[in-house]
Design a binder for this molecule. Structure first.
Ligand code: TXA
Ligand code: MG
Length: 350
């Protein structure tokens, strides 16, 4: 298939080009587009056969449901059969933004969107191009992250091109994603509501609006496959670089010592080593290719850079990635969730 790449300026969107892309969605095609979290791969969410093309292009298992993206509250209402009062409060506070709510679905949603579940995931993204695209398409847009299934999510158009060129109709190039990690997925069909995937909105932000939100117990597991996750997507191998990855966790001095020791050992074996460091530690490493995710005290920076760094290591043909764990607070919780999955829960405690 021929893929058209459309470059858009976030500050001065060419509406003709945007309307073209919206038309492709309305007519049943696939369009990769920027959101504030990661790039999404969009299709007309009311057209079952268009939605099926998403699974094919990504190589996504058919039992992993998609998020419907809308541009306004009134466009969300027809998709949902029942909106609890607490869900309204969260929508008012966090939409548009990186919060996805799982709610009881209405009858109009094709089976391919929800993978047969009786619930549907919905969000209003805050990226102006995403909003304009959805509005112009005039339909809810079903969109997973625009990567090949299992690979790190794309935070730049170049990542999407790497994974999906010739598999989709249009790729919109509009710079890099601000948040860098996917939205928080919150199940509002259970009491109390449950976080199925940590993401752009933290659990403490959510708890400021409604009390008692808890994490899916499957998220607390830091080892392999003990509990069954409630969000179908969380059970698959995810966010994976091609390299083998290991996380070093503990006191920062011990972490950097162990990282140096391990890096030297791998280098002596003739392996290409990548080290995922932070501004506080990057100068400590002698062997391997070092990428800093940013300032440890600013987990937002780490989140924005993580997937890009994993892909950069792949581009450099790295065999082993040694990653420092970061603090589990704020969006750092989501960073660690993605890192553990990328490493296949291969964690060394020091
Ligand atoms: O930030 C994001 O959420 C990005 C952008 C493009 O919006 N999208 C994204 O989609 O990350 P995806 O498909 O990569 O991840 C959606 C997650 C999956 O873990 C899926 O299993 C879960 O949401 N999900 C979707 N519908 C669900 C439902 N009805 N019940 C439980 N989990 C659901
Ligand atoms: Mg994804």
């Amino acid at each position: 298939m021929e893929t058209k790449i459309i470059k858009l300026d976030i500050n001065n969107v060419d509406m003709d080009k945007l309307r073209y892309a919206a038309g492709v969605i309305r007519d049943g095609g696939l369009v990769a587009f920027p959101t504030e979290t990661v790039y999404g791969l969009g299709a007309n969410g009311l057209d079952g056969s268009a939605v099926e093309k998403i699974y094919l292009a990504k190589g996504r298992p058919s039992d992993n449901p998609l998020i419907l993206h809308v541009a306004a509250m009134k466009a969300a209402e027809p998709l949902i059969s029942e909106i609890p009062a607490d869900a309204f409060k969260l929508m008012e506070r966090f939409w548009p933004g990186p919060l996805t709510l799982v709610l009881k679905k209405s009858e109009i949603i094709p089976r391919a969107v929800t993978a047969g579940l009786d619930t549907v995931a919905v969000r209003i993204p805050s990226h102006p191009v995403a909003l304009a695209l959805i509005r112009e398409a005039g339909v809810p847009v079903a969109a997973p992250s625009a990567n090949v299934s299992g690979r790190p999510s794309p935070t730049r158009a170049s990542h999407v091109i790497e994974d999906l060129y010739s598999k989709v109709d249009v790729i919109i190039d509009c710079g890099s994603s601000k948040v860098g990690l996917e939205s928080t997925v919150l199940d509002m069909t259970v009491v109390p509501p449950m976080v199925l995937r940590p993401g752009g909105i933290t659990i403490s932000q959510l708890n400021e609006v409604i009390k008692g939100i808890r994490n899916d117990p499957a998220l607390e597991q830091h080892q392999k496959h003990i509990l069954k996750p409630k969000s179908p997507g969380m059970k698959y191998r995810h966010y994976s670089p091609k390299a083998k990855m290991v996380i070093i966790e503990g006191d920062l001095k011990k972490v950097s010592d162990e990282t140096n020791r391990m890096a030297l050992e791998y280098v002596q074996q003739g392996r290409i080593v990548g080290i995922l460091a932070t501004e506080q530690t990057r100068y400590l490493y002698k062997d391997g290719m070092v990428i800093s995710l940013g300032d440890r005290e600013n987990p937002g920076e780490l989140a924005a850079k993580l997937f890009d760094a994993l892909r950069e290591f792949d581009g450099k043909q790295v065999d082993v990635i040694i990653a420092e764990a970061v603090d589990d607070w704020g969006i750092g919780t989501a960073v660690m969730n993605r890192m553990r999955k990328a490493a296949g829960y291969n964690i060394v405690k020091v």
